[in-house]
Design a protein around this ligand. Structure first.
Ligand code: IMP
Length: 200
């Protein structure tokens, strides 16, 4: 991996930053975060994960005058029409995800549908200061647990059980989660793109 020895990931979310560092550092890529560079918060006015990731990556790229990456992600629950989706961060009262999980479990119970299927989506965008960009999408299917389980991870991890497992993401190690998660899958596509660039 020659072209990018250092990458700016325009995020202040410590959970996301830790996951991205865990995947990119073994490849010799140092990840600088929004906190490291004191990047301003960007309002997420887009209607899709890609639009929001682009807004965040472009703002950082313009400010730093180099290509930057950002992601936008969220939890989409089938029985409530795919919500909270792009509004996942804002769905939690005061960004308190413990309360956000309670709210989601209550909302889901109120539907009485019995359908607990859900997925996490993530889009990573690499944007250049001039506005050109590439995006990489990842998704993991699963279901919403009946109650919170586990202490690892971040956000809604304690209530998301990926398909094929009987544990929540908050009961996975970081390495295990990265292998199958929405963000891990989007990052693998991004890494393949970087490897292709090296061969040009
Ligand atoms: P955003 O991408 O900054 O808009 O935030 C999306 C929100 O979705 C995060 O703040 C988390 O609450 C939630 N989220 C995204 N990815 C994950 C994950 O891997 N585990 C748990 N929650 C997540």
């Amino acid at each position: 991996m020659q072209k990018y020895k250092e990458l700016i990931f325009a995020s202040h979310n410590k959970g996301k930053i830790a996951e991205i560092r865990e995947i990119l550092s073994p490849l010799g890529i140092k990840v600088l975060s929004g906190d490291d560079l004191k990047l301003p918060d960007v309002e997420e006015t887009g209607k899709t994960f890609e639009e929001n990731a682009y807004l965040k990556a472009l703002a950082a790229a313009k400010e730093q005058n180099i290509p930057c990456i950002a992601d936008d992600s969220g939890l989409c629950v089938d029985a409530i029409g795919g919500r909270p989706g792009v509004y996942t961060a804002r769905y939690a009262p005061n960004r308190d995800f413990d309360k956000g999980m309670d709210k989601l479990l209550e909302e889901l119970a109120a539907t009485k549908s019995g359908n607990r299927s859900a997925h996490f989506s993530c889009v990573i965008v690499l944007a250049c200061p001039d506005g050109r960009y590439k995006s990489f999408e990842g998704r993991v299917d699963g279901c919403i647990a009946s109650h919170k389980q586990g202490n690892a991870g971040f956000g809604y991890d304690p209530i998301f059980i990926p398909t094929g497992f009987n544990r929540s993401f908050a009961e996975f190690s970081g390495e295990e989660k990265n292998k199958i998660s929405h963000r891990g899958r989007a990052l693998q596509k991004f890494i393949s793109y970087l490897k292709d660039l090296d061969e040009v």
